[in-house]
Design a binder for this molecule. Structure first.
Ligand code: NAP
Length: 207
């Protein structure tokens, strides 16, 4: 009698400030979807990031709107206003818990920048979080993998096995650079989807 092996079903959460979202984020999400067999990737912009009070340039609702525009053409991507609508600081543990509640049969993969993952032990309830879901740390070209590996080596094994990293050449694009380009009147075409570019220019963002 043939035995059917149940395959783990997986969902991705793409976490970030997305100020603004750009092709680097989209390429990273698509790479993670392919590499980790994710059924869908939910882009969830941070509403009120606890680690950088006063540093966000754009309102959460505007960053969410740009995220919706950016993911509209990919049937495997969607965006969620969960963090934008939740009052108080945006803690990842709350987001992961909500997603696990909404999708109890799925394993969650949280994808974000490697620099953010390096600081994970400063996040709220990080030890619980690290045991609840998997993390994918996306790195930019030239990123010092030594630092990431050393940091990961210092994590307990039970946590380490839930963290992977992924090199993403398209992450040469950065939100900081895009904001600066807009401020200086330089072109941002081909760095982010046209719909997002139009939205930025029409609404005079980052001037
Ligand atoms: P950040 O410090 O703004 O970003 C760190 C680096 O990672 C930047 O170079 C950034 O590039 C890149 N990055 C950010 N999101 C990315 C993504 N999804 N894919 C690839 N690269 C990405 O980090 P952040 O955006 O504020 O936070 C990242 C995630 O961690 C968010 O979901 C945030 O809520 C979560 N977080 C949670 C806690 C907590 O629960 N206490 C604390 C800190 C962070 P760009 O600027 O080009 O995006």
């Amino acid at each position: 009698m043939s035995k059917k092996i149940a395959r783990e079903r997986r969902l991705g959460i793409m976490g970030g400030t997305f100020d603004p979202i750009h092709y680097g984020h989209l390429v990273a999400a698509e790479g993670a979807r392919y590499s980790f067999n994710l059924e869908k990737v939910f882009f969830i912009p941070a509403g009120n990031p606890p680690h950088k009070p006063g540093h966000i340039v754009c309102e959460p609702s505007i960053r969410y709107k740009m995220t919706c525009l950016a993911v509209a053409s990919n049937p495997f991507f969607c965006s969620s206003p969960m963090e934008v609508e939740r009052p108080g600081p945006s803690f990842t543990i709350d987001t992961v818990r909500t997603m696990m509640h909404l999708h109890p049969e799925k394993r969650i993969y949280f994808i974000t920048g490697a620099d953010a993952i390096l600081e994970i032990f400063s996040w709220k309830d990080s030890d619980i979080l690290l045991s609840m879901c998997n993390f994918v740390a996306a790195t930019r070209p030239g990123y010092c993998l030594k630092e990431l590996n050393e940091k990961l080596d210092s994590f307990p094994n039970s946590f380490k096995q839930n963290i992977s990293y992924m090199e993403v050449p398209a992450l040469a694009i950065s939100s900081t650079d895009i904001r600066q380009r807009v401020r200086e009147g330089k072109p941002i075409k081909y760095l982010l989807p046209e719909t997002v570019e139009d939205y930025i220019l029409r609404n005079n963002l980052y001037r």
